[in-house]
Design a protein around this ligand. Structure first.
Ligand SMILES: [Fe+2]
Length: 287
């Protein structure tokens, strides 16, 4: 079973990642878009990663709330890669990023409405059928309540999960950032989720602007409040699962990143294996 703390495979950390194969780091997450029909450097990166770690895939471009039909060629390429990697599920975001050919290059929130739920449910089912793997959806961070919303974010997310019979990639930092920016209780949000559907967690750092707005950057250290919410969430879930430390930019010294992995692993072992030492059983598959 794939579980424990993972890191995203990113070029700036690839060299120390492959040289050190650090203890406490159990798996890697990849964005399939980076490796489809690329060759060269990316093919080498993927091969080295596969030789050393179990992998999970996390997409950036399916946009489960978008209106444009999926590209059959893109789906076929993704299906082939997921099959080759034998992943237990594939995850992507509950959002949209494009309207009438104009791309935002960002993950945009859906209106929390019945109509948006129906679109997402249909697309998640379509993706599951086309890719032949279970689909996990990740809820995003957002900075204004989408116009026309008649439901709360929690009601909207739960309806999509239930009707699409989807799995949930629960991003603890997204919950915290949204709770702080929109003034809701992060613990109540977690308590209201169908936690039996959670297959993976994300933990990340965020930026706090001088005016107090929190921006989900994945470019800062994880803050104390998010470590605490991670521990709370893990206790509520109460079972082993993969947890990703998301770091996409402003990379610190690799030792600093590993210190965050070690801290997450210590919490993970304390919550799920009380009485056993941290780092037990989470060594990489091979050196
Ligand atoms: Fe995330």
């Amino acid at each position: 079973m794939l579980e424990g703390i993972g890191l995203g495979l990113r070029s700036p950390i690839a060299e120390p990642l492959f040289q050190e194969s650090p203890r406490g780091l159990a798996w890697l997450e990849i964005h399939p878009e980076n490796y489809l029909a690329r060759g060269g450097h990316y093919e080498t990166l993927l091969r080295k990663a596969r030789d050393r770690f179990p992998l999970l895939t996390h997409g950036l471009s399916m946009g489960f709330g978008a209106l444009r039909p999926y590209s059959p060629a893109a789906l076929a390429g993704l299906r082939a890669l997921l099959g080759e990697l034998s992943v237990p599920w594939h995850s992507d975001h509950l959002c949209f990023a494009e309207v009438d050919g104009v791309y935002a290059h960002d993950l945009l929130p859906l209106p929390f409405t019945e109509e948006a739920i129906e679109v997402a449910v249909q697309r998640i089912r379509e993706a599951r059928d086309a890719l032949n793997v279970p689909i996990a959806i990740e809820h995003i961070s957002y900075y204004m309540k989408p116009a026309g919303s008649l439901l709360s974010e929690l009601e909207h997310l739960n309806e999509v999960l239930e009707r699409a019979d989807a799995k949930l990639l629960l991003d603890v930092n997204n919950v915290y950032v949204n709770a702080m920016n929109h003034g809701f209780d992060a613990h109540a949000f977690i308590a209201g989720l169908p936690l039996e559907r959670v297959v993976q967690l994300h933990v990340a750092g965020h930026h706090v602007r001088p005016d107090g707005l929190r921006i989900d950057t994945h470019a800062e250290p994880v803050c104390e409040e998010v470590f605490a919410l991670f521990e709370h969430t893990l206790k509520k879930i109460g079972r082993r699962l993969p947890v990703l430390l998301e770091r996409d930019d402003n990379f610190p010294d690799f030792g600093e990143l590993l210190a965050e992995v070690t801290r997450l692993d210590a919490i993970y072992q304390r919550v799920l294996s009380p009485g056993e030492p941290a780092l037990a059983g989470s060594a990489p598959r091979s050196a």
